[in-house]
Design a protein around this ligand. Sequence first.
Ligand code: AMP
Length: 542
Amino acid sequence: MQGLIQPYPLTTTAILEYGNRVFHHKRIITYLPDGTRHAYTFGEMYLRCKQLANALRNTLGVGRGDMVGTFAWNHGPHVELYYGVSGMGAVCHTINIRLSSNQIEYIINHSEDKVIFVDATLVPLLEKIANQLETVEHYVLINAPADFSTTLPNTLHYEDLLAEQPDEYDWPEIDENEACGMCYTSGTTGLPKGVLYSHRSTYLHALTIMTPNAGNLSSQDIALLVVPQFHVMAWGYPYVCVMAGADMVMPSSNLQPAALVDILQRERVTRANGVPTIWLGIYHELKKNPPAEKLALREYVVGGSALPKSLIAGFERDFGIRGVHAWGMTETSPLGTLSRIQSKHASLSDDEQLTIRAKQGIAFPGIELRVVSEDGTPVPRDGQTMGELQIRGAWVINAYFKTLNKESFTADGWFRTGDVSTIDEDSYMEIKDRTKDLIKSGGEWISSVALESALMAHPGVKEAAVVAIPDDKWVERPLASVVLLEGAGRVTPEDLMDFLSPNFVSYQIPRDFVFLKDVPKTSVGKFDKKEIRRRHAAGELV
Ligand code: AMP
């Protein structure tokens, strides 16, 4: 028997309409690339989304299912694109500005973007490849002065485009399973692959991230979105904040630690998201220049790579700010798990609680996880036995754009994450490594992530990345690339080996260390282990 409830479509437009009705006074505050501050309300943003939808249809000839690219930082107009493009039935394709020119060219041609909305400061990156872009009919310049000069063909200015359009627009009826957004994987192992989000998946992901067991956002909050809108839709926060009625603070390109601390202070930000590198930078900035007044920031959600336990502890001890660890992938919208302690953990010591919080956490409702051994059977839920992490759920990919990629899915429909993890009896999942980053030394597995977290707990170490290097005797052995903190004094490989020895057995401890100024990073701020391995193979790391 069918239920007797209305089939109300879960669309991004439903989020926008709700935000406008209930939270029209809430603000979107942008710090533009030149540092100037711009603020307006959800109500004003709503009207501009309608002007944009008119412009897409009337001026740019965009129709249902067309791809509309964005090449932009986090700011108000980029939020308008999220809602305006998908609201009129097209797909908002956010392009990662930090990829190589070749990858960007590939992605734009592969997705068949019809129009690209581009920030003035990023135009040079597109000018280089514009001749090779086969499908782009128009470029719309955001935040460009009137006399802006560019070699891009067919350009329009965003504000002019909107100004000539009415702010009345009847949203078309959209099936909740239609596509609303697209993001490509960062392509660290081969060509980037497109992940096409649906209205329904986006709605359900946002609704879930808002809840207390997850991101815990409400209309009391002022949220700083550090995760770029071009990286998995800023983890869905532009949808979450409109749903929750939280003010949204957008830093655009002001991502240096000092600039972010300044914004946190000025806007009295209460929640934020970002990758560990960002929080590491902010932590050291706060240590160097302690703020005169306590920050309003209560907690930050951090993911994308493993959050060292020492960083969670440091933030809490020194500044009373809670780090909440989350895990996800482009293919999972992205958030799949998050780690908070529960009432049953109240009697545990601080350190035991920290150990739980440093795990990647428990799955959200709507998401299922399993960890399987090589023969496909589930590993024991003992928090020790490692296996491949597989996932299915309401916002998990079914197939990549234009290609199924069968090997990424199991016969019974689970997505194979390529992550190696454990799961404990309370369902807390812990990532041990990417399959390809695990180190197999003398037949034993070594987790590079565990070594990195432990090394980064050393008081003189800022960053540490561990990769496998070939070894005649052991097949592979770990190599640690270490960045020391300014003023750390002398730290030797022996110091670091001694520091690791209480927590690792001898064969796991790296004997090879290189000291670098910076660990190379990927387009989304993760340690670029492929590049480290390349440099090592080329004899550049000594
Ligand atoms: P991306 O699609 O670029 O977001 O990358 C997804 C991958 O990042 C995952 O498969 C993990 O390997 C890694 N990752 C994401 N979050 C975490 C985390 N909290 N700890 C460790 N690795 C993570």
